[in-house]
Design a protein around this ligand. Structure first.
Ligand code: G6P
Ligand code: ZN
Length: 542
C-alpha cells in the first residue's frame, strides 16, 4: 500500500492562467506550495484525475524536471491510472499534443514559458491541455482558476523521485509511469504528412538549410528529422542541444532574437533556407536568402500551397487566423473560395474549428502556424511544409513570395511592442481608446480615413461561447488597419502590442516600416502612446 499525504494549504493570489497557461518568474513557482497549489487546482478544476491517463513533459528549461517530479507524485496521490512522460522530461508542445491524441490520454500537463527566457531568474510556466491535445478552453481555465481560490489541501505521494531517463513502463506510487522517446511518434507523424522523398531530393541537390533550435527543445527533433531522416548535412541544425537557460538567450524566433540566423541569411554565404523555433517548439520563423517572411505572409503562402504536400492534397476545409494577424490569408481564402475565421489571440480558440472540421490550417502573427494534425501550433511542421512546397515548386523563398504578392497583392505588416510599461498606464490607454471607438469612423489623419472601429468580441461558431474585449480593431478605407491589445503572456508590468498593416495591390518592394509610416503615425495620435508611456518608440519591432 502506497502512502499518500494530504497537506493543508491556503489559496495563493494571482494564479490566473493567461493566454497560454500560468506563467510567472521561476522563483515564484519555486516557493513552497506554489506549484503544488496550482497542480491540485488543475485536478480539482477538471473534476479529478482518478483513473485517468495524462501526458506530461516540458521544454527542458530550469525547474522542468523538478516540477515534473512534483506533478508525478501528485498524480499518483490523486489516483491517476497512468502518466506518459517524455524521456528526461522533454516534450515539445506539439509533440505533447500529438502524444495526448495518439495515446488517447485524457489530457496533459505541459511545462514551458514558451519563448520567454529560462533560468532561476527568468520565466517558468505550466498549462493544461485537454483530450483533443489542445490548450484547455476558457471554461476549464476558469474552473482551474476558481479552484486556486478555494483550495485548502493538496495530495502528494512522498516517495523517491522517478528516473526519467529510463524508457519503459513501471509502477510509481501505485500509478503506471511510462517514459517514452520524445521524438519518435512526432517524427512518424511528419513522415505521414510530408513528401520526405521530395525534400530529401531537394537537399541532396545542394539546397542548403540552416535551422536554429536556439538551445531549446526542437534541437533533438530537428536533428532527427532534418539531418538523420532527410539527409541535411551535419551542422545544418545549429544550437541543437537544449539547455536549461537556452544558452542565456531569448528563444523567440523573430528577427530581433534570432539575429544570428538573420545575419547568416543575409550574409555573403547565405544558405537557401533558414528557420528557427522557440523554447517549446511551437513557434517558427522562416527566412529565405535575403528574404524574411512575416508570420502573417507565411500563413498566407501555406494556405495557398498546402495542397502540394501529401497530408493536404485533398485541399483545405477552411483557414483561421487570430484577429491581429494580417488579412493576407483572407485574400487567399477569398480567391480560393475557402472559409476564413478570425479568432482572439491564443491557440486555444482554434481548437473547436479544427475539431469541427471547419478549418484545416491556422496561424498567428506571433510566429505560430499549424494544422489539424495536432491541436497546438507547430514550428517544425511549418518548416517541413515550407520545404515540401519549395521542393515541388522548385523555387527560392524570394520567388515564392514574389509570385504570391503578384497574385494576391502584398499586405505590409509589423507589430510594435511597448514592454514593461506601468499596468495602470497601459490599462488607461486601452480603456480611453475603447471609450472613443464609437466616434472614430470618419476620423482622418494624413490621408487615412477610419472606416470602422470595434472592441473585438468573438462568438465561437461551434459552442456559442463568447470572448469579449479581445483587442481594439480600427480599419481604414483601402485596407489599412491598426489593432491594439495588451499581451496576455508577459510576466512584468504590461506589454502594449500595436499591430499595423496596409494593403498594396501592386507595389511590393517597399521597406515595411516606410510603407506603414502613416498607419504608425495614426496609431500614435489615436492612442497617445508616446505621450502616455513616455517612450520615444517601441522596444521591439517585428
Ligand atoms: C502564446 C500563445 C499564442 C499567442 C502568443 C502571444 O504563444 O500560444 O497563441 O498568440 O502567446 O500572446 P500575447 O498575449 O503575448 O500577445
Ligand atoms: Zn512556444
Amino acid at each position: 500500500m502506497t502512502e499518500h499525504t494530504r497537506i493543508a494549504t491556503q489559496p495563493i493570489a494571482g494564479q490566473k492562467p493567461g493566454t497560454s497557461g500560468l506563467r510567472k518568474k521561476t522563483r515564484v513557482f519555486m516557493q513552497p506550495g506554489y506549484l503544488e497549489n496550482f497542480v491540485q487546482s488543475i485536478w480539482n478544476g477538471i473534476g479529478g484525475i482518478r483513473g485517468r491517463t495524462l501526458v506530461v513533459g516540458g521544454d527542458g528549461r530550469f525547474f522542468n524536471e523538478s516540477a515534473i517530479q512534483t506533478i508525478l507524485k501528485m498524480a499518483a496521490a490523486s489516483g491517476a491510472a497512468k502518466v506518459i512522460v517524455g524521456q528526461n522530461g522533454f516534450l515539445s508542445t506539439p509533440a505533447a499534443s500529438n502524444l495526448i491524441r495518439m495515446r488517447k490520454a485524457d489530457g496533459g500537463v505541459i511545462l514551458s514559458a514558451s519563448h520567454n527566457p529560462g533560468g532561476p531568474d527568468e520565466d517558468f510556466g505550466i498549462k493544461y491541455n485537454i483530450a483533443n491535445g489542445g490548450p484547455a478552453p476558457e471554461g476549464i481555465t476558469q474552473a482551474i482558476f476558481e479552484a486556486t481560490e478555494t483550495i485548502d489541501s493538496y495530495d502528494i505521494w512522498e516517495g523517491p523521485d522517478a528516473d526519467l531517463s529510463a524508457l519503459g513502463e513501471r509502477d510509481f506510487g501505485g500509478m503506471a509511469l511510462e517514459i517514452v522517446d520524445p521524438v519518435d511518434a512526432y517524427a512518424a507523424l511528419m513522415e505521414q504528412l510530408f513528401d520526405f522523398d521530395a525534400i530529401r531530393a531537394l537537399l541532396a541537390g545542394g539546397f542548403r538549410i540552416r535551422f536554429d533550435a536556439m538551445h531549446a527543445i526542437t534541437g533533438p527533433y530537428a536533428t532527427e528529422i532534418l539531418e538523420n531522416r532527410l539527409g541535411a548535412p551535419r551542422g545544418s541544425v545549429v544550437n541543437a542541444v537544449p539547455s536549461p537557460d537556452f544558452g542565456g538567450g531569448h528563444p523567440d524566433p523573430n528577427p530581433v532574437w534570432a539575429k544570428d540566423l538573420m545575419d547568416a541569411m543575409h550574409g555573403p554565404d547565405a544558405p537557401d533556407f533558414g528557420a528557427a523555433s522557440d523554447g517549446d517548439g511551437d513557434r517558427n520563423m522562416i527566412v529565405g536568402r535575403g528574404a524574411y517572411v512575416t508570420p502573417s505572409d507565411s500563413l498566407a503562402v501555406l494556405a495557398a500551397n498546402a495542397h502540394l504536400a501529401p497530408g493536404y492534397a485533398g485541399g483545405l476545409k477552411g483557414v483561421a487566423r487570430s484577429m491581429p494577424t494580417s488579412c493576407a490569408v483572407d485574400r487567399v481564402a477569398e480567391a480560393r473560395g475557402m472559409d476564413c475565421y478570425a479568432t482572439p489571440t491564443g491557440w486555444k480558440f482554434f481548437g473547436n474549428l479544427l475539431d469541427a472540421g471547419m478549418a484545416t490550417l491556422c496561424g498567428e502573427e506571433s510566429a505560430g502556424t499549424g494544422s489539424d494534425h495536432v491541436r497546438e501550433k507547430d514550428g517544425l511542421w511549418a518548416v517541413l511544409l515550407w520545404l515540401n512546397i519549395l521542393a515541388v515548386k522548385k523555387q527560392s523563398v524570394a520567388e515564392v513570395m514574389a509570385d504570391h504578392w503578384a497574385e494576391f497583392g502584398r499586405t505590409y505588416y509589423s507589430r510594435h511592442d511597448y514592454e514593461a510599461i506601468d499596468s495602470d498606464v497601459a490599462n488607461r490607454l486601452v480603456d480611453d481608446l475603447r471609450a472613443e471607438l464609437g466616434g472614430l469612423p470618419g476620423w482622418t489623419h494624413d490621408g487615412l480615413v477610419i472606416e470602422s472601429a470595434e472592441d473585438f468580441s468573438y462568438t465561437d461558431p461551434v459552442d456559442g461561447s463568447v470572448a469579449a474585449k479581445q483587442g481594439l480593431q480600427i480599419r481604414f478605407e483601402g485596407g489599412a488597419r491598426v489593432v491594439m491589445r495588451l499581451s496576455g503572456t508577459g510576466t512584468e508590468g504590461a506589454t502594449l502590442r500595436v499591430y499595423l498593416e496596409r494593403f498594396d495591390p501592386q507595389d511590393f518592394g517597399q521597406d515595411p516600416q516606410a510603407a506603414l509610416a502613416p498607419v504608425i503615425a495614426a496609431a500614435d495620435v489615436l492612442a497617445g502612446i508616446s505621450k502616455r508611456t513616455g517612450r520615444t518608440g517601441p522596444d521591439v519591432i517585428t
